[in-house]
Design a binder for this molecule. Sequence first.
Ligand SMILES: [Mg+2]
Length: 182
Amino acid sequence: MTILIDMDDVLVNTTEAWVAHLNALFGTHVEYETLGSFDVSLPFAPHTREEVYATQSHEEFWRSSEPLPGAVEAVTRLKEKGHRLFVVSNSQYVALQVKMEELLFRYFPCFTWKDVILTACKQMVRGDVLIDDAPHNLIGGEYEKLLFTAPHNRKLDAAAMGFTRVNNWAETLVWLEEHGKD
Ligand SMILES: [Mg+2]
């Protein structure tokens, strides 16, 4: 199978680390688990969206991010089984080198730049399945759609949207084994 994997909040704990970074920066006490929207800036008002998103260029925030539980083991296992894996990310170009070299390639040494596809339109990418926490990346894609649970998507009715919800990497591996093509 060709398995497309989102990076932020699927392979690594980007938003959790970002919220901690913003709290330290602004002196706020926003809890990651209470985020109800894909727009992370909302609970940080009166700080503006521009102000919040500008911090994505802070290299120390990317260095503080780490893999989500089971992600490294899952990627290793899927590679060993012979699947083709691509990291499909809508990463901003700011701090991209640090994000990739000191986060993705550091913790997932089986990936190189040749395995990374950067795009804001994931529907243009071909693969058997996309694992992503953002519903807008799953809608309309010609791949099986696995919605990886995150606080912002917890209330979505995944089945009604044509997605399969997976709560963690253990559930993702089970689904891939049960539904995957060899
Ligand atoms: Mg994501």
